[in-house]
Design a protein. Structure first.
Length: 536
């Protein structure tokens, strides 16, 4: 009998009591970051028995990428996270890893299709990419080559706290399908979900280098068959990674369901950015084939649907275990262009704020809508700054020291101004500042981080980023801006446009001001809501 391997969160890898108090320079106050060490893609997001589980790519041994394991954090409200012991620890760590646990996903197998249940305890099943640095024969008897990537599973019988790898059968998807066998070094990132209509598990994997996704089906999470392929389409820079596929109702009409395919690519992100990006496709899925609605979808089409137009939103993953109407995603708030160089310490990397997704018809087009999850409101203080101006004349208006953690709501109508916006995270002498605003002629949101603080670690970091946004039918522009110690996330309009960027300002960069350039701006409404730290 082949033994199963128990991967335990050992106390050796539990979170140290000091945890740095989460007050180090640049430490996010309401975005998740680990107490220490490297973090990248979210993985295995699942809601089960009232608890949100977020697993993530994690290096237990250092501040740079390596020893890829599944870190773990839990929350009952998507804002306060408790970091748990490492869930899946790189095999062979700390000496030399013989198997690393790359990005994947997790589900609650409520019908016990996998057969892993014991005494009616619902198994959680994770499917992940096994990355093998060395050629070897596995406990299952299967042979893998040096640098091979395959898909494996593990299960948990204690609600996601400890995991057992399925060594008797892993990897459950050994090689890429024909005719793509040569892609075995870049075959990864399985996203799994239950498809009610066909009563099957569906899996999406990436053949990263050839910009192609493969869709699979299974009755038991162990035996998989190929159903179809997708791609290459639209943006095809770098590699394709981290696919997700899920249904959403259009305009809250459950009789009109569409499917959304999300995938990361690196490099080759949105125009004006360098490095990573996330694009999406809206279409139909019948349990076998995903067909995008847009007839203009083709390789190299740079008018892609970008999930976020900023430089720092990647590997977006959605939670399994929630209703379709509560589709919630979390992305890695970083960029492979400079992820290893950012000046954060003793951790490297953070997650973007959880976002609620929906589909709305805007200008006769089905549009992906993203908004900060409503639970954010629960950690906002009562002391809000509310101001309005019927006419905001050309020039600036100081708002004083407003702090470093905010949820800002700003709306306005152009009169004859060229630009209107808000300066954030500014030092008293204004030498450091981040500008967030709107260009009326170009109909674009912008975030200017050229003077945002420390930009020295990467020559591309000090840049201005743009995102398209058309005013609504009344000519109103609405911006919602989440500001943390080292980030800004901008949601434009109803949430049809988002732009996320890291910043690294000084501790005393707490000042803000409004600006109107080239003329006056009408009907300005400003609300600044302070957000409490979730760590202290």
């Amino acid at each position: 009998m082949v033994a199963f391997s128990k991967i335990l969160g050992l106390s050796l890898f539990a979170i140290p009591a000091w945890a740095g108090n989460y007050k180090e320079p640049y430490r996010p106050q309401f975005h998740f970051s680990p107490a220490k060490n490297w973090i990248n893609d979210p993985a295995g997001l699942v809601h089960h028995n009232g608890m949100y589980h977020m697993y993530f790519q994690y290096n237990p041994g250092g501040i740079e990428w390596g020893n890829m394991s599944w870190g773990h954090a839990t929350s009952d409200d998507l804002t306060h996270w408790e970091e748990q012991p490492v869930a899946l620890l790189a095999r062979g760590y700390p000496e030399s890893a013989s198997e690393m646990f790359f990005t994947g996903s997790a589900v609650a197998d409520v019908h016990n299709t996998s057969g892993f249940a014991v005494e009616d305890k619902t198994p959680l099943v994770a499917i992940y990419t096994s990355s093998y640095p060395i050629a070897q024969t596995l406990p299952s008897g299967k042979k893998v080559r040096e640098e091979q990537q395959s898909q494996s599973i593990a299960y948990s019988l204690d609600d996601g706290m400890t995991w057992t790898t399925y060594d008797a059968g892993n990897p459950v998807i050994h090689n890429p399908p024909a005719p793509y066998e040569k892609q075995y070094k870049n075959f990864r990132d399985p996203f799994v979900f239950w498809h009610d209509q066909t009563r099957k598990w569906i899996l999406v994997t990436a053949l990263a280098e050839i910009h192609k996704l493969v869709l699979w089906s299974s009755d038991n999470l162990k035996d998989w068959q190929v159903e179809s392929e997708f791609g290459p389409f639209n943006a095809v820079g770098g590699v394709w990674e981290c696919p997700n596929l899920f249904p959403l109702a259009v305009d809250d009409d459950e009789s009109n369901m569409k499917w959304v395919m999300v995938l990361g690519l690196n490099p080759g992100g949105p125009p004006g950015t360098v490095g990573s990006g996330t694009q999406f496709f809206i279409g139909s899925f019948d349990g076998k084939i995903f067909i995008p609605d847009d007839e203009s979808v083709h390789p190299g089409n740079q008018t892609s649907n970008w999930m976020d137009w900023g430089p720092d939103y990647y590997a977006a993953a959605s939670f399994n275990g929630l209703e379709d109407s509560d589709r919630t995603v979390i992305g890695w708030m970083n960029n492979w262009q400079y992820a290893t160089k950012i000046p954060a310490n003793p951790w490297h990397g953070a997650m973007a704020a959880p976002r609620h997704l929906s589909l709305k018809t805007i200008d006769e087009k089905t549009t992906l809508i993203q908004q900060p999850h409503e639970n954010l409101r629960a950690i906002e203080s009562n002391g809000s700054m509310l101001s309005s101006w019927k006419t905001f004349s050309e020039g600036e208006k100081g708002l004083g020291s407003v702090g470093k953690t905010m949820d800002i709501e700003l709306e306005f109508i152009s009169s004859d101004a060229k630009e209107f916006g808000i300066v954030l995270q500014a030092t008293p002498d204004w030498k450091q500042q981040t500008r967030v605003g709107y260009n009326f002629a170009n109909k674009e949101i912008f975030v200017d981080r050229t003077e945002s603080g420390d930009t020295s670690f990467d020559k591309t970091f000090a840049s201005v980023y743009h995102a398209p946004l058309t005013p609504n039918s009344q000519g109103v522009v609405r911006l919602r801006i989440l500001v943390d110690w080292s980030s800004v996330e901008v949601f434009g309009g109803e949430g049809e446009t988002t732009l996320t960027a890291q910043i690294f300002p000084s501790r005393n960069a707490t000042f803000a001001q409004l600006f109107s350039i080239g003329g006056s701006t009408k009907n300005v409404e400003l609300g600044i809501h302070k957000v409490s730290s979730v760590w202290n």
